[in-house]
Design a protein around this ligand. Structure first.
Ligand code: UGA
Length: 439
């Protein structure tokens, strides 16, 4: 099939490259001409394991193209995915300006039947609004001549494992209003042999919001449990193991830490709270989920302040800056709040991240960026583990202890749960491991 993907950000690029790799001819579109120029030259603006190689392979096969013109892409395609950004407004609403602009442009360049598919995370009823925008903007001569459908096909890809998630989805959701749209979507995803849920567009949009909000709720629940574990001397990791073996609960997304970040959960929880408010329902549970998430960072800082005593002029070494491992994405990374709060107290920050340092340089001032974890450790009064990169697991802690001024480790991800750092002479503080119980 011939497919256009409008919006070559994270979601759009991954979707476009993966759809081309399962047999379709795809044009990825973006109004950022510089980005398109880089893509055409074989460069890729994001880090996602395996994506660059796959992109180069598909371009070589002439199955993947890039363009800055919606008109050109739309005229060559039967299906147009909308994957533009939907940032948060100050009041938490999703800002759908880009979605509306794209719908208008599609209308202006439509000459034959098109299936328009929302891929961006959008509030319920956006599909209906896209349809209305297209009808209102269709050139007069085309009115009643061209037909189209709008569908919702939310994405559930995780950064860092997006290709694997695309190829082996737990489910695909098709929100459609016609049999024709359902048939086309089934055809597109046929090679994946996935479990498919077919529903109306409103319900598909709700599935996406409810899924992300539920996962965020699981994390906040476990972060609250970790607070009690810290106080009563229980181990949150054992609690998660014991709970997670119950098939009704499941072990995933029960990792307590320094709170969820990224471009999705914080924004989507906000948007779902707003959507509920507007519909006349106060989703108080989700407001708590958000508050617990913010508190989790504050409580991590409190432990650091308690154990370091004086923060001013202390050198604090930070391992990991990205919002999670295997990505260079700094959006809403917990490291931002934590580092800025410590700098505010007068700490000197040294930091290293395997992939996110270029992006981090746009976010932080007065941070000394180091070449590796050992340079971070050198002369530091403590180490903070903020992102669970695999390479941080295998550090030589005897060497680290020799390099540091004081051997203290604050582990925001419980990465060193089995490292027996205390036996190596470190003061070690994980999350929910009995920190405040005198253990
Ligand atoms: C999330 C969803 O998992 C995807 O299904 C969805 O498609 C995507 O948002 C989106 O809406 O585009 P992502 O933000 O890439 O994916 O990352 P996650 O792996 O879900 O992690 C989100 C945050 O939660 C990270 O900061 C992570 O460190 C944190 N987390 C995750 C925890 O603190 N504990 C856990 O147990 C799991």
């Amino acid at each position: 099939m011939n497919i256009a993907i409008v919006g070559s950000g994270y979601v759009g690029l991954v979707t476009g490259i993966c759809l081309s790799s399962i047999g379709h001819t795809v044009i990825c579109v973006d109004n950022d001409e510089e980005k398109i120029r880089v893509l055409k030259k074989g460069g890729i603006p994001i880090y996602e394991p395996g994506l660059e190689e796959l992109m180069i392979q598909q371009v070589k096969k002439k199955k993947l193209f890039f363009s800055s013109s919606i008109k050109e892409a739309s005229s060559k395609s039967d299906v147009i995915f909308i994957a533009v950004g939907t940032p948060s407004k100050p009041n938490g609403d999703a800002d759908l300006t880009y979605v509306e602009n794209v719908a208008r442009e599609i209308a202006l360049s439509m000459t034959s039947y098109k299936l328009i598919v929302e891929k961006s995370t959008v509030p319920a009823e956006t599909g209906k609004r896209i349809e209305r925008t297209i009808i209102l903007n269709l050139p007069r001569k085309l009115k009643n001549k061209v037909t189209f459908d709008v569908a919702s096909n939310p994405e559930f890809l995780r950064e860092g494992s997006a290709i694997k998630d695309f190829m082996n989805p737990d489910r695909l959701v098709f929100g459609v209003e016609s049999k024709k749209a359902e048939k086309i979507l089934c055809e597109i995803y046929k090679p994946l042999k996935a479990h498919i849920v077919v529903t109306d567009t409103n319900s598909a949009e709700m599935i996406k919001h409810a899924s992300n909000s539920f996962l965020a709720t699981k994390i906040s629940f476990m972060n609250s449990v970790s607070q009690i574990c810290d106080r009563v001397g229980a181990d949150v990791l054992k609690v998660a193991e014991g709970m997670g073996l119950d098939k009704r609960i499941g072990r995933s997304f029960l990792n307590a830490g320094i709170g969820y970040g990224g471009s999705c959960f914080p924004k989507d929880v906000d948007a779902f709270i707003r959507l509920s408010e507007k519909s006349g329902y106060d989703f108080a549970l989700l407001r708590e989920v958000r508050r617990i998430n913010e508190d989790q960072r504050a409580s991590f800082l409190k432990i650091i302040e308690d154990k370091l005593w004086i923060i001013k002029n202390k050198t604090i070494g930070v391992l990991g800056l990205a919002f999670k491992a295997n990505t260079d994405d700094m959006r809403n990374a917990p490291s931002i709040d934590i580092i800025k709060a410590l700098q505010h107290e007068g700490a000197k920050i040294k930091a290293y991240d395997p992939k996110a340092m270029e992006n981090a340089k746009q976010v932080f001032e007065n941070v000394t960026f180091c070449a590796d974890a050992y340079s971070v450790a050198k002369g530091s009064d403590c180490l903070l583990l903020l992102t669970e990169w695999a390479e941080f697991k295998d550090l030589d802690f005897k060497r680290i202890a020799r390099l540091m001024k004081q051997s203290i480790v604050f582990d925001g991800r419980n990465l060193y749960k089995d490292h027996n750092l205390r036996d190596l002479g470190f003061e070690y503080f994980g999350i929910g491991r009995g920190n405040l119980s005198g253990k």
